[in-house]
Design a protein. Structure first.
Ligand code: ZN
Length: 215
């Protein structure tokens, strides 16, 4: 899943009103932000295998530390505790920890069995990615709900607050459709460049948040 994860962060704004957009975008993507770092470090492995599913060409051979059920629980607790230590916002810390965990649940629904129970353990995945219409419906509905939630929980304080926000929404949709219908990444290196792009979105979120206020 891709924009489905961002959708969860946007949806969470209602439950965690003091959590800013950067952290709302980051929490549901922690597993996918750790993943390219571990691939570069040689701990995890991915290859491009066109046709492996109807939606995603990724052959996720080894993702036990970023994406196993057990380590995902660990990432969730660590993220919540880190946020709590920095901000003292208890409610937001719990919601953001749940957002981190939601990544695993959504990946479990979409991925073919490549998500280990624990590093090196048996692999799980229900395989929604075998159905392109199914993926588009589920992920699209989540994203629309998320965009609606953030857009109504907050309001633009100035022009940038509106333009930068809707440009982010358009960019995420464009990246998503490009990933599904556009040319597949030629190799794992190209994929990693794209994966690190998620980090850049956080700066964008920070910029938007400065120009919006609670509705
Ligand atoms: Zn993932």
């Amino acid at each position: 899943m891709f924009i489905g994860h961002f959708a969860i962060g946007l949806l969470a704004r209602r439950a965690a009103p003091r959590a800013g957009l950067p952290v709302l975008l980051a929490a549901p993507q922690v597993l996918d932000m750790v993943f390219p770092v571990l691939v570069v470090a040689g701990v995890e492995q991915v290859a491009i295998a066109p046709g492996i599913t109807a939606v995603s060409p990724l052959d996720l051979r080894e993702i036990g530390w970023s994406h196993s059920l057990v380590t995902a629980i660990g990432w969730s607790i660590a993220f919540a505790l880190g946020y709590l230590a920095l901000t003292r916002q208890r409610r937001e810390a719990i919601v953001l920890g749940a957002c981190v965990m939601s990544h695993w649940v959504l990946d479990w629904i979409t991925h073919v069995p490549d998500l280990p129970l624990y590093p090196g353990g048996p692999k799980l995945g229900l395989g929604l990615w075998h159905s392109l219409p199914g993926t588009l419906v589920v992920e699209g509905a989540l994203f629309v709900a998320g965009v609606w939630t953030y857009a109504t929980c907050t309001r633009a304080r100035d022009r940038i607050g509106a333009v930068a926000w809707w440009a982010l929404v358009a960019t995420l949709v464009g990246m998503y459709l490009g990933a599904i219908f556009g040319p597949k990444p030629p190799d794992a290196d190209a994929l990693l460049v794209a994966a690190f792009g998620a980090w850049a979105l956080l700066a964008w979120g920070w910029w938007i948040e400065r120009h919006r206020a609670a509705a």
